[in-house]
Design a protein around this ligand. Sequence first.
Ligand code: NAP
Length: 324
Amino acid sequence: MKAVRVHEFGDADTMRYEDVAEPTAGPGQIVIKVEAIGVNPVDTYIRAGVHLIRPELPFTPGSDAAGVVLAVGNGVSSFKAGDRVYAAGSLGDAWGDCYAEQLVRRAEQFRLLPDNVSFAQGAALGIPYGTAYRALIQRGAAKAGETLLVHGASGAVGTAALQIAAGNGIAAIGTAGSERGLALIREHGAAHVLDHTKAGYLDTVAALTGGKGPDIILEMLANVNLARDMEIAAKYGRIVVIGNRGPVEINPREAMMKDLDIIGIALPNTPPDDMATIHAALGKGLANGSLKPVIGKELPLAEAIESHHAVMRPGAYGKIVLIP
Ligand code: NAP
């Protein structure tokens, strides 16, 4: 079968599209025919060799995929050949191997994909929706009636967060850096939208939240925004750091004066029970239509190199997926 392989850490063009052996299902495992693969920013950090996860070379990247069960190993009763599934393990205990025509993992690292959800949408669930739910509901403890700022709402995690917020009665402000990104986030639940490329774009946040500031901020680029987030957050507010690409200088006094919580999250740290709760909630949201992953771009698997450039470019629009 065809797979994308990284033979040395480095730029996107270190990835090769090549022939590898088909996987087989060992005890407790299933093999799926991959129909769509989610491209996440973390795939690029791991490929470049700048992430804590440094796999042995050569390796096949990718954490998120959806497809159809081809074979089940001994002891698997939860799935049968032909089931539509998505990978829901995500990094901690199930990293890699998704940029390929077939994928083998332990059965409990997959979930059934409802019939009303496409394979491309299924490939957008594991990391983006898992992270958004973990950040907003579990770590951020957001409640109905609170106000939320999704700082970086136009990408895969941001659009997921807006939809989860809307489904839980949480009013959201979203930011994006392009016209189509702003239109997208309005469509997916942001009551107010702000352009994070414009000077002074956060000046209206106080007025938009009744003078109080957002109760919760989900932050996609903390090294740029954390200091300002602390200034605009509500008293007793929570800032959940999801994305960060470097150091930042802050004034801890802002946290002290407002009893702010600054919360970090890394999806792989999610305990198994919490992960099960996340995917049960996502399953309900997919079934009732409140969660609808946005697929902004589909590329053939052979164009994985371009997908890594695209996921790091400004102008995010939902999810980028690869199709084998
Ligand atoms: P993505 O689809 O590429 O989206 C990136 C988002 O960041 C876009 O909405 C983009 O907006 C926005 N952004 C760009 N400049 C910004 C700025 N100055 N201020 C605020 N937002 C800005 O990526 P993703 O999959 O949603 O992931 C988002 C971030 O979270 C990435 O850094 C990723 O590595 C991280 N992440 C962390 C975890 C975890 O476990 N902690 C899990 C998943 C993802 P425009 O393009 O419209 O400008």
